[in-house]
Design a protein around this ligand. Structure first.
Ligand SMILES: Nc1ncnc2c1ncn2[C@@H]1O[C@H](COP(=O)(O)OP(=O)(O)OP(=O)(O)O)[C@@H](O)[C@H]1O
Ligand SMILES: [Mg+2]
Length: 442
């Protein structure tokens, strides 16, 4: 792993002091930034990941105390070392009180400086562990894009809490993978992880599947059977496609979340469970709440922590990482020799919008490798929609107005000629849409 230099920001209006500290600390491998006043220091802190700020107390404009206080209240993981030319113990004590880790009195020796810096960094490094590692693989989830880094960070924070997590993302973005990561990355990894596809089970069945039933509860209930909630006790239940549950089922789920207990079908005795609930949806639940199709109280209960999985087309550079990952995986699994993509093929794959997200990419690589009988997969090996087609360019001779007219007509038809809805989809206001329609029909 590449070693990353520690960033230190030196804030002092005396150029000599800044130079002296800079030279000393750079010689032992730190990366030094400098600022001559508090305002410029704040700007740097906004954009840089700084582990330590070394600041003078007395400067023109705001003084160092204000900077120390700002850092202590806003910058987790950044330590402060105060240097002062005024050996008044009062100022030093004051700075420690408001959050500085240490102070150094000018003049100081190189040795004193190194020791103080090391001590402060050691004190604050405990916070750094919370920062997601920059490794492209976390919990078996490939990704290095900013969006995925954010996802990893949230998984790390959420995994050992009992808070409900709502995962939202288009189909194939990795929602189930994230749910598993939350469970298998947690202290309860040894307990069961129970996925339930709420969309695939009819309502009447879902209730007995989730809560179990007692013997005689209904025709065919010849014995008492535990439900998913009991099976998941101590672990995680993953309610996939939660948007597909009926309002009646939502009321029952809300009860379990609130009371941590439920009734088996046909029983009046409450069953207590200790489970973490993770839910997933590929539609915007808030929109369903607004339409009265999803209970608002359940929405807020589920959404204590939310994880939004970005679509693959918005994950800069991840396509290449994923291609590489699945290429290796399937080459190994299929027992094939080393196979690679040609540069041209890689370009086409990289430019493709991946409506089916990671699943589509994974399946494509799998299929291509099964079919591959040479060591290079080139553009002609890719499916048609990845390739340029001269016959398709006929469409490119059409005028914009023509394409627009057709598209508007399609959107209107899909929304039963509802102008408001169509305008919203098209991203224009109703008036503009009416004008366009009028013009098109003139
Ligand atoms: N970042 C990733 N790294 C590696 N594999 C991934 C990644 N994201 C998704 N996959 C793989 O892609 C496939 C689809 O992922 P998953 O089932 O988690 O998606 P989903 O969001 O639950 O989709 P759906 O909404 O259709 O249920 C799985 O085989 C999963 O292992
Ligand atoms: Mg899924």
């Amino acid at each position: 792993m590449k070693s990353v230099k520690t960033n230190i920001l030196v804030v002092d209006d005396s150029l000599e002091t800044v130079e002296l500290i800079k030279r000393n600390l750079e010689s032992v491998g730190y990366h030094i930034y400098s600022a001559s006043n508090v305002q410029s220091a704040l700007k740097l802190l906004d954009t840089l990941n700084v582990s330590l700020v070394i600041t003078d107390l007395k400067m023109p404009g705001e003084n160092g105390m204000e900077l120390v206080r700002h850092i202590s209240e806003n910058c987790k993981g950044t330590g402060t070392l105060v240097i002062t030319g005024f050996p008044s113990i009062q100022g030093a004590v004051e700075s420690i009180k408001i959050g500085a880790e240490e102070y150094l009195v000018k003049p100081f020796t190189d040795e004193e400086l190194f020791k103080s810096v090391e001590r402060v960094l050691a004190k604050t490094s405990k916070y750094k562990k919370e920062v997601a590692p920059v490794s492209p693989v976390n919990f078996g989830i490939i990704g290095n894009s900013e969006g995925m880094q954010h996802v990893f960070k949230t998984i790390n924070k959420a995994k050992n809490t009992n808070a409900t997590v709502l995962i939202h993302g288009e189909s194939g973005t990795g929602k189930e993978l994230v749910a598993r990561a939350l469970h298998y990355g947690s202290n309860a990894a040894a307990a069961p992880f129970v996925p339930v596809n709420c969309g695939g089970i009819p309502d009447s069945l879902l209730e007995s599947e989730l809560f179990g039933y007692v013997k005689g509860a209904f025709t065919g209930a010849t014995e008492t059977r535990a439900g998913f909630f009991q099976t998941a006790d101590g672990g995680t239940i993953f309610l996939d496609e939660i948007s597909n549950t009926s309002l009646a089922m939502q009321a029952k789920l809300l009860r379990v979340l609130q009371e941590k207990e439920f009734y088996m079908v046909g029983s009046k005795k409450p069953v207590k469970v200790n489970i973490r609930v993770v839910a997933a949806t590929n539609v915007d639940l808030m929109q369903l709440v607004k339409k009265g199709l999803f209970r608002e109280d359940l929405y807020y209960r589920l959404n204590i922590i939310s994880i939004d999985l970005p679509p693959l087309r918005e994950r800069d550079k991840d396509v290449m990482l994923l291609l590489d990952f699945f290429l290796n995986k399937y080459t190994r699994e299929l027992g094939k020799g080393p196979i690679q993509f040609s540069k041209k093929a890689l370009r086409s794959l990289n430019d493709y919008p991946w409506p089916g997200n990671v699943r589509e990419l994974q399946n494509l690589v799998h299929r291509l490798l099964i079919m591959a009988d040479e060591d290079t997969i080139d553009t002609p090996d890719l499916p048609e929609n990845f390739r340029f087609s001269a016959s398709r360019t006929q469409g490119l001779n059409r005028r914009l107005a023509e394409v627009e007219k057709e598209y508007i007509a399609d959107v209107l038809a899909a929304h039963k000629n509802n102008i408001s809805q169509a305008a919203q989809i098209l991203g224009i206001d109703r008036k503009t849409l009416r004008e366009k329609l009028k013009k098109a029909n003139d």
